[in-house]
Write a protein that binds this ligand. Sequence first.
Ligand code: GTP
Ligand code: MG
Length: 350
Amino acid sequence: MQFIDQAEVEVIAGDGGDGIVAFRREKYVPAGGPAGGNGGPGGSVYVRTVEQLQTLLDFRYAHRFKAENGQRGGRKNMTGATGPDLYLEVPRGTAIYDAHTDELLGDLVTEGQVLCVAQGGKGGLGNRHFLSNRNRAPEHALPGLPGEERRLRLELKLLAEVGIVGLPNAGKSTLIAALSAARPKIADYPFTTLIPNLGVVRRPSGDGTVFADIPGLIEGAHQGLGLGHEFLRHIERTRLLLHLVDATAEHPTENFHTIQAELAAYGHDLIDRPQVLALNKIDALTPEAVTELTQQFADLVPGPVYAISAVAGMGTAPLLQHIWDLLDRAAAEAAIALAEQTLADPVQET
Ligand SMILES: Nc1nc2c(ncn2[C@@H]2O[C@H](COP(=O)(O)OP(=O)(O)OP(=O)(O)O)[C@@H](O)[C@H]2O)c(=O)[nH]1
Ligand SMILES: [Mg+2]
């Protein structure tokens, strides 16, 4: 599947239909009253999330979306037909920006969430509306108003709870393949992963948690080097980062610092996200070497250091247990914060 995670589109709402000038014509009534109907409103353009979609591929070739215009008003005070609304369907996790001002118009995360991105124009008033005591036969009507037009930038940010970060070749894809049903490409050269992979990892309770494997980061990634930075935004929403270090590399601790520096430079509070450290590929090291390296890292990071082998499935159970504990704690803290906030500003009675 092709992964398209950004798109620019133009959306144009329908114009309102014109109001018209008309008069009643009845037998034996020389001059009937005004009877020109109002124009119908133009259709609006909405963006809506759809569960089945995974990418913004639909917007790769189609860039212009126009809702229909409202119809002109009719004789006999008939209001013109309303232009049907137009719905653009996007995957959950799509943020919508005004492409010119960069203003965030909406961040659609829940299933079926809807955002109006271009309001249809109002229909014009027909001459019937201008009937008054002073003017029994108004000769004017108003044109419909134009529909709103906008250029939008759609950005898909994956909704994963755990983001796996590390240098190319650290074994990120191997790990997600070992833990979930995801089957990303794995190879012994850097930049095997070109697009993010999502995998659902089952907890013992049966609940699933989404992990994201993104392309490897390298020094300078935050400035656009390599592939990773393109995809760092996909882990902006994660609640926890799993930092994977290749234990067989020449300088594992330096590699660790490289990634930390990139996360810090990227901003968006990524560096403050709770992080779990795992040393991978320990099947290829002697137990002494593993112990020594684990000790070196224990001095570097606040939390525990996990030594694993993604290929051999060694050490992953305690690593996962720690991740579940952290996620549960984060969820509990969020619930407490919300409760405290609610207590602090009780809803004002009116
Ligand atoms: N010995 C050993 N090799 C591993 C282990 N995990 C991954 N590898 C190997 O390391 C190489 C890179 O693995 P990937 O999973 O593609 O690494 P990645 O981090 O996804 O790499 P990019 O997608 O390029 O960023 C492959 O040859 C894997 O077979 C492990 O636990 N032990
Ligand atoms: Mg990979």
